[in-house]
Design a protein around this ligand. Structure first.
Ligand SMILES: NC(=O)c1ccc[n+]([C@@H]2O[C@H](COP(=O)([O-])OP(=O)(O)OC[C@H]3O[C@@H](n4cnc5c(N)ncnc54)[C@H](O)[C@@H]3O)[C@@H](O)[C@H]2O)c1
Length: 355
């Protein structure tokens, strides 16, 4: 592909996140979106006319047959991530895959292996890594401000935010799980990235379902289906140990009696020389100076939105054959941890992760 030709991108999934991806990539001149597919054709047609997309396909398979497409975005329910990502890679397409990589680590491993064999790019859509504040935090970590990071706390506690009750979101066979795999995966991903990608080696965790099964705690994302069912957790908590001795504490919920919780994503990195925290739009650096605690606000970096920067990175990686920061390996690693938390909750035991 010549540098001057735009990347021809097909969108698979015309739902809520599909729309966000179209809006994002339309802001990147190096990308052209000629085609869109959704299993529900009216949704695809409506989205295509909204954004002036020429071709509409009733199945992803039809879209993947188009030899003119260089890459696809996959933004469909989690159960289809693995089959569609694998099919797309085998059709020679680069893939930007929505999170979580898959509903379990076994199918995530198949994506990882297929990506390696195909020579095509598979990048996970973890836009939080690209926010103005998280980039500022990452810059400080990379400059060594924290020294050795030995403990991290992260989470996203929603008090009333169950998405699409009864839809694929709350059905284990279609989603892989509840808030842990839905929003917890973002916090795991961001934390591991900021920590410098240490290898997780053991996990102890618990999950609970106290609101969802009683149809309490519904939020506004997704479309509820009261004919459907709820068999996933609504709260998860875990401790993850890394090969370098560091610990990561995670708490995440869709619904909980969490008095005082800010309901925003947070990460608190504790290092030997300093600490950095992000909570929603606020960043803070903490140091001990002359035996006194000093806290300084962290200013966000300048630049485009998180999603546009993520999209630009995808394009750059395609064009330069570069490994994306949110690589297939990081997606697979996240799925290994998620599986281990569910297993630990089921068995009551610590779960070792062997690499
Ligand atoms: N990165 C983020 O912050 C973020 C935010 C929201 C959702 N997501 C992820 O995006 C994915 C989709 O979520 P959503 O909120 O857009 O869901 P949604 O229900 O709004 O949209 C899903 C769309 O996929 C279509 N679809 C279902 N099965 C399909 C198939 N086999 N082939 C083609 N189309 C199919 C549906 O008809 C629907 O239009 C999920 O994996 C979710 O975790 C990520």
């Amino acid at each position: 592909m010549s540098e001057l030709q735009p990347v021809r991108l097909g969108i698979i999934g015309a739902g809520a996140i599909g729309k966000v991806h179209i809006e994002t990539f339309r802001q990147i001149p190096e990308v052209h979106i000629p085609a869109l597919a959704d299993a529900y054709l009216p949704a695809a047609e409506q989205r295509a006319s909204e954004f002036g997309i020429d071709r509409v396909h009733a199945t992803p398979q039809e879209l993947l047959e188009n030899p003119e497409l260089d890459a696809v975005v996959i933004g469909v329910p989690n159960q289809f991530h693995a089959p569609l990502a694998i099919e797309a890679l085998k059709h020679g397409k680069h893939v930007l895959l929505e999170k979580p990589m898959s509903i379990d680590s076994e199918s995530a491993r198949l994506i990882f292996e297929t990506a390696s064999e195909s020579g095509k790019l598979l990048m996970m859509a973890h836009q939080m890594r690209w926010s103005a504040l998280n980039r500022a935090i990452k810059q400080q970590v990379d400059q060594g401000t924290l020294g050795r990071i030995y403990n991290v706390k992260t989470g996203w506690v929603r008090k009333k935010g169950i998405p699409g009750w009864g839809s694929w979101f709350t059905r284990k066979d279609q989603s892989g799980g509840g808030p842990l795999i839905d929003i917890g995966v973002h916090m795991l991903d961001l934390s591991l990235y900021l920590m410098g990608n240490p290898k997780p080696v053991s996990v102890y965790g618990s999950t609970y379902a106290e609101f969802g099964p009683q149809r309490r705690g519904m939020g506004t994302w997704g479309t509820p289906n009261l004919e459907g069912y709820y068999d996933v957790e609504d709260l998860a908590t875990a401790m993850i140990k890394m090969d370098n001795g560091a610990t990561l504490l995670l708490e995440v919920s869709w619904a909980a009696h969490a008095a005082g919780a800010k309901e925003e994503p947070y990460v608190q990195l504790m290092g030997t020389e300093a600490g950095l925290a992000v909570s929603g739009d606020t960043g803070m650096l903490i140091t001990h100076e002359d035996d006194a605690v000093k806290e300084t606000a962290v200013e966000p970096l300048e630049g485009e939105s998180d999603r546009v920067l993520m999209g630009r990175h995808f394009v750059e990686c395609i064009r330069t054959n570069k490994e994306p920061v949110s690589s297939a390996l990081t997606g697979y690693t996240n799925n290994r941890i998620l599986d281990a938390i569910y297993e630990s909750s089921r068995t009551g035991n610590e779960v070792k992760i062997n690499w």
